[in-house]
Every structure is written in C-alpha cells, then in structure tokens.
Design a protein around this ligand. Structure first.
Ligand SMILES: Cc1ncc(COP(=O)(O)O)c(C=O)c1O
Length: 371
C-alpha cells in the first residue's frame, strides 16, 4: 500500500489551460488579467464588493490589521487555538493579542469569554473559523457594535462555507482567505482580502505593492510590502473557483463517509456534523483522542505514520508558544479546553483528491492502531 498523504489537491479543471495562457502571453508576474478576474469573481462569490489578492493568507492578515490602523497600545481579541499568523500580525503591528479559550464542541473561539476581555484599548475582534465550522458570528457582531470594535474575519479555511446561509468571508469589516494547497480552492500559495469599504481596499492594494504612488514611481510616502499575487496564481485560482461548489460537496461527502465509518469508536471524538447555524464543511477531518485511554494525538499519529497514513496535529495554542512566552506574553495564562485540544487532536487525510477506497483504508488503520 502506498502512503496516503494528508492532503492532495484536485487540479484537473481549467488550471492547465489558464496557466498555458499566462505562459503563451508572457504575463507571469502580478500584472495580467487573471489576478483581477480572480479577485472580482472570488469577491462576488463571497458577496463582497472588493477583493485584493495577495501572496498568502498570513500576508492577508498582516495587511488587514495594518489597514485598520491597529497599532501601539491597541488590543485585538482572538482565539488562543489558531495559527500563529493571527497573533503574529497583531504583534508585528505593535499591538497586543488578547486570547480566549476554545469552545469544546465547535473548536472555535468561545464567544462567551469575549466581552470580559474588552477594555478601552480593544480595537478589534479577530474571528477565526476553525477546521470546518464557523464562529457564531451574530453574538460577536452584536458585541462589536456595542463596543465600537472592528471585526477581522479570518476565513482562511472556510471557502464556500456559510453562517446562517450567508457566505463566510462576508462578515468582517475586513475578511481574509488562504489558498494554500490544502484549502478548498488553491493557488499553490496565495491569499485574498475582502471588504465592502473602497478606501480599505485601496489601502490594501497600495500596501501589497510597496506603497508605490501612481504618477511618482519610486517616491514613497509610506512603507509597504511586496505581497503581490502572480498572474499564474490568479489563473489557478480562477480555474479552482469555477469548481468551488463541487469541491465543497466532495469535502462534505468525505466528512460524512469518515463519520459513518468511525462512529461508535469509543476512544475518539468525531467532528460535529452541524450546529444551529452551519453544516460542517470539513476543511480538515479532525478527531480528538478521549482522556482516560492513556493515549494522545502524538502516539496515535506515530502509529498511523508506521501504517503509511499521513496526519497532522491540531494547532498549538498561542499562549503556549515559546516565541511569545519569551517576549513576556501570555505567561501563566490557562485555557484548558484549547490545551486539551492541542494535545489530543489531530486530523486525517482529507485532500480533494482522496478516494473512497483511501477513506476506507484510513478508517481501518485508525481502528487497528487504537486497539
Ligand atoms: C486559520 C488560518 N489563518 C491563516 C492561515 C495562513 O494562511 P497561509 O498558509 O496561506 O499563510 C491559515 C493556514 O492554514 C489558517 O488555517
């Protein structure tokens, strides 16, 4: 049996055709028609006015934080259970991330802990949709309105997901996506910023392109970055976007099949299929080892690796990151739900190209290594 990787994309639509177009036309850097087409069509699909494509999802968060003017003395509330890009962007902007624990059912930030963390320095709430189910946005939006806060929505993992029927990525003052190869749609590396605010979109465009000024090239009044997406990536993105609905269905079928085959195994908890506001989109199919069996994610993942099954651990929490603790951040903070998730959770192969046969093999191996 050959190794089953944790994620493999499906690139058999118009990807080659559009990429050949770039090569034939010579438009391979960030100028060329595909970036704009991808931005416009992606924004439209997510119900937003403006899309600004960038080089990856982490850069998208950096830009989002900066264009909202978040900086020294400001605080941004976010989940401890997330990728480092979220906290790093806030710290790089000179502001302070303020953490909340996770919800044990959806694995998203526990929205009941947010209001207690709001003070006069709070500028924004960063809502990060985790693994397949969105954050419960209604209560968060009410809090943001009540306290005059921005919402930065990190929808990196949530292409095609909805919250109460409205697309994820349409909730933030500014929303961000990633198109890394394990995402529902991929450009290899890539990201997107969405907003309905023209001025914010314009600032993002400037920031991603070194803050060049239109008619005075090479004279700069502000510092920017080269966060540009290439036309090659835009071409891939457009081809992938054409299949987003199909890809969402593939992932939902995958999730349903895993759940049907793994249901009833007493040592592990499976992802929640739906909440009152969304059906799981299974960006990844995460499972958690239950306490009391003398097992943890690391042990099970090592056993599965021997059986040629690729897995990944859950995120490691922000308050437990050596890099932040050494900066004096989050020391002695405790978030027990997220701490348990980081130690007991991992995810199974779940890429777009995964076959039903591979899902069956994975589940058999999971059962055998849990014995
Ligand atoms: C929630 C979340 N935010 C941001 C990112 C960063 O995206 P990228 O890897 O494109 O920088 C990821 C990546 O997986 C993510 O899961």
């Amino acid at each position: 049996m050959s190794f089953i990787p944790v994620s493999e994309p499906l690139l058999n639509g118009n990807e080659k055709k559009y990429l050949n177009d770039c090569i034939d036309s010579g438009w391979i850097s960030s100028e060329g028609p595909y970036v704009t087409k991808f931005e416009e069509q992606f924004a439209a699909k997510m119900g937003r006015k403006y899309g600004v494509a960038v080089c990856n999802g982490s850069a998208a968060i950096d830009a989002a934080v900066l264009v909202l003017g978040i900086g020294k003395g400001d605080e941004v509330i976010m989940p401890t259970f997330t990728i480092i890009s979220c906290a790093a962007a806030v710290i790089r902007a000179g502001a302070k991330p303020v953490l909340v624990d996770a919800d044990p059912i959806t694995w998203n930030m526990d929205i009941n802990q947010v209001e207690d963390k709001i003070n006069k320095n709070t500028k924004a709430i960063m809502a990060v949709h985790i693994y397949g189910l969105p954050v419960d946005m209604d209560p968060l939006q009410k809090l943001a309105e009540k306290h005059g806060l921005y919402i930065i929505e990190d929808a990196a993992e949530m292409h095609g997901q909805t919250y109460k029927g409205k697309p994820c990525g349409s909730f933030g003052d500014i929303s961000t996506f990633s198109f890394y190869a394990n995402k529902h749609i991929t450009t290899g590396e890539g990201g997107m910023i969405l907003t309905d605010d023209e001025a914010l979109a314009e600032k993002c465009r400037s920031l991603r392109n070194l803050c060049f000024v239109a008619n005075k090239r090479f004279i700069h009044h502000e510092l920017g970055f080269n966060f540009r997406m290439t036309n090659l990536q835009g071409a891939m993105g457009l081809a992938q976007l054409e299949r987003l609905d199909e890809f969402v269905q593939i992932k939902r079928n995958m999730g349903a099949k895993y759940t049907a085959l793994l249901k009833g195994i007493e040592q592990i908890t499976l992802p929640v299929e739906h909440t009152h506001y969304a059906d799981n989109i299974y960006w990844v199919y995460g499972v958690m080892v239950k306490a009391g069996y003398g097992l943890n994610a690391e042990i099970i993942m090592a056993r599965l690796a021997k059986e040629k099954i690729g897995t990944r651990p859950f995120f490691w929490n922000m308050h437990e990151q050596p890099v932040f603790n050494e900066m004096g951040l989050f020391r002695n903070e405790k978030y027990p739900v997220a701490e348990n998730m980081a130690r007991m959770g991992f995810y199974l192969p779940g890429g777009m190209a995964l076959t039903n046969g591979q899902i069956e093999t994975v589940t058999e191996k999971v059962k055998s290594v849990l014995q």
